[in-house]
Design a protein around this ligand. Structure first.
Ligand code: NI
Length: 167
């Protein structure tokens, strides 16, 4: 297994729209394992392939308290959305920034697992929020894009400054 490099906003590659996964081969299994390792190491609860510069529709997630409930969503589609909820979100691609985002409270999603088997899942709470956040990544969207232009430019300059200090 290997740790993957996580792209940081405002990296333009975070805006690439991911293509469907077509091959459920060994290379995909390695990619899934590497993404879980990278997500756990970074103390994240979800990671979309886009964030590690792999532009296929693949998400790994674990929102459990004890980090023992691995979930894989491949080619996910939201079938139903209901209600509204506001949550203070963060993102491994936007380190140190947290802000409120409004999303659907309940969702029904259809996706494939690592072997290509289709499944459907009804979710609410943090799981539903996380699924919506990660699907946005596959569509090239980062959560800060829900915030005002003023906040977005502040976040951009803050992250650029921090990146320079780390060089
Ligand atoms: Ni994110």
């Amino acid at each position: 297994m290997a740790l993957l490099n996580i792209l940081h906003y405002p990296d333009a590659r975070l805006h690439i729209v991911a293509k469907p996964v077509e091959l459920f081969d060994t290379a995909l299994q390695v990619q899934i394992e590497d993404m879980f390792e990278t997500m756990y190491q970074a103390k994240g609860i979800g990671l979309a392939a886009t964030q590690v510069d792999f532009h296929r529709r693949l998400i790994v997630m674990d929102v459990s308290e004890h980090k023992n409930e691995r979930r894989v969503f491949i080619n996910p589609v939201i079938l139903e959305k209901e209600g509204e909820t506001v949550y203070e979100e963060g993102c491994l691609s936007v380190p140190g920034i947290y802000d409120n985002v409004t999303r659907a409270e309940f969702i029904k999603v259809r996706a494939q697992d690592g072997q290509g088997e289709f499944f459907e899942l009804e979710a609410d709470g943090l799981l539903a929020i996380c699924i919506q956040h990660e699907i946005d990544h596959l569509d090239g969207k980062v959560f800060v894009e829900y915030l005002s232009q003023l906040k977005q430019s502040r976040i951009k300059s803050k992250l650029k400054k921090r990146e320079k200090q780390n060089l």
